[in-house]
Design a protein around this ligand. Structure first.
Ligand code: FES
Ligand code: FES
Length: 151
């Protein structure tokens, strides 16, 4: 079935089953491999993208639920004010280790900052608790979000 979706400001037509997860459309059909597969069950956050600005687990979001929503992925998050601040802070603080979880971390952090420019520690905990990092970069993630908020 054909679907028209808006990703990072561009419109794409894709021909997939309606229950195909957005994650597979992004990665396998559109070739946007920055968004990662971790658990496939909304438990790790590796697949986080923005749907109308809201952090969303693309592994459990079917393509037929997207409609006219605007999707943003890690490939374009640096074009937003909050995303650019987050990316700079991530580099300055040398946040990533293996890097696998980091696109999802950045998408959650950028959504937090876009909606709440000066988050408290509790706000950061709430926003980031669904993003798992097996390398344990949590302390640097928190420092980077604070740096970005202060920028
Ligand atoms: S791959 Fe989607 S939450 Fe883990
Ligand atoms: S940096 Fe390796 S899983 Fe997070």
């Amino acid at each position: 079935m054909a679907f028209t979706i808006k990703v990072n400001g561009s419109t794409h037509s894709v021909d997939v089953d309606g229950d195909t997860p957005l994650l597979w459309v992004l990665r396998d059909v559109l070739g946007m491999t920055g968004t990662k597969f971790g658990c496939g069950m909304a438990l790790c956050g590796a697949c986080t993208v923005h749907v109308d600005g809201n952090p969303t687990r693309s592994c459990i979001t079917s393509i037929d639920s997207i409609g006219d929503s605007q999707i943003a992925t890690i490939e374009a998050i640096g074009a937003t004010a909050a995303g650019a601040k987050i990316q700079k802070a991530w580099v300055d603080r040398e946040v990533p280790q293996c890097g696998y979880c980091q696109s999802g971390q950045i998408m959650s952090a950028a959504a937090l900052l876009a909606g709440n420019p000066h988050p408290t520690d509790a706000d950061i905990t709430d926003a980031m608790s669904g993003n798992i990092c097996r390398c344990g970069t949590y302390i640097r993630i928190r420092e980077a979000i604070k740096q970005a908020a202060a920028a």
